[in-house]
Design a protein around this ligand. Sequence first.
Ligand code: NOJ
Length: 510
Amino acid sequence: MVYEVYVRSFADSNGDGTGDLAGLRSRLGYLAELGIDAVWTTPWYRSPMVDGGYDVEDHREADPLFGSDHDVPELVAEAHRLGLRVLIDVVPNHTSDRHRWFRAALAAGPGSPERARYHFRPGRGRGGELPPTDWRSVFGGPAWTRAADGEWFLHLFAPEQPDLNWDHPEVRAEFEDLLRFWFARGVDGVRIDVAHGLLKDPAFPDLGADEEEIAQPPDRSGHPHWDLDGVHDIYRAWRKVAGEFGPDRVFVAEAWVDRPDRLARYVRPDELHTAFNFDFLRCDWDAAALREVIDRTLEALGAVGAPATWVLSNHDVVRHVTRFGDPRRARAAALLMLALPGGAYLYQGEELGLEEVEDLPEEVLADPTWERSGHTRRGRDGCRVPLPWSGSAPPFGFTAGDAPTWLPQPAHWAELTAEAQAADPGSMLGLYRAALATRREHPALGDGTLTWRPAPDGVLSFTREPGFGCVVNLSAEPYELPGDVRVLLASGPLDDGRVPPDGAVWLARS
Ligand code: NOJ
């Protein structure tokens, strides 16, 4: 069970309104008590923060916003003392435009070896005034920006995030060194940002589709920059680097691919250990659709001997309380996810039942999507609002200082603070704690297999050995449990012994 910490919104130690590494360290006890195994920290490296730190200027240093270099070993040491492992985020697809390599590339000019580490190309049209291809940035607008001397450079994300050229040996060598640098400092694992995007088709073909389709292509097979087969050589090399530090260092890939069998390629035995399962995250609250995703995932990953992972929320998507439209569904979804075979990822605040903050004032929006989309897409700030820890008014214990939190918190979060929920076993926090404690103790949970049981339409029912059952009711009718079971944990009150609509239970055979 890995817990995602979006560092700038987790806890602030120095009173500037932005979360930091010391703030996270001070709250590790909360995470240990919650019952997680590992923490994944989003980037805290030196960065101009155009994309929340995913625009890295120097991967070997902490940004002063998040702390100083001694905060990293202190965080790792304290986490290890509490029995928690630490995963860091590595961003190999692009650098910040302030990275020393990119500055050198701009200064050195067209045709220089410095430019070869990125994708610089002449434009089309008479004076080269048109971008080299029709590719679009994920954040909106063209994926190319023109440098002052007329060449264009590629950025699949913001213009301040130029894409690296992974066909360049120095790029490969640099990232292998970087992995060694952090593994040697005790880091237990690495989450790989945009793991499916590193290679580009060297022919740079046009996509030729309409704009909507280009940003979110429905089928990426044969795509010129997503999920190219050659990326797997990179991860085979990375796996060897991890192996230099023993068997316990792990990778998790952020790979948005089309199908479970494409995802499975990232977790073949000599590649990465795990990959986020975004099909589960993208699935509607629908029993048949969920069952299909679960089956396809277990089948595809089982075929390569890799464990499944399950995730409902992260710092890039609308929080699932809001997606599912109901906190009861979010409670049931948590019991479903935590009962499935394999690992699970929680995103900070889901254990508090936080919803997406959909009414942030436009002037505070910081996600580059807002500007790049010409103010048509608000972006991802609504799931990144600083956590409410305690007290009855903002900043809810998030910061000790007077500076406003970097995004404002809703006043009604007074009811959702960790402090308010800690004493109440019926709270979302109480449910997560109970579920995680059971998951640790119960021999049927974690890795293994599941067996579906017959159930009416709209009800998911499965067992896991020894002696465990899970029922999730997505139908409109209450569901009568069989007589030979005992309820271990319920997502909410039962209706006369029956599982109500949008309810879930964990069961033991009696
Ligand atoms: C995925 C990260 O999760 C997201 O926050 C970021 O904007 C992009 N990769 C680009 O690095």
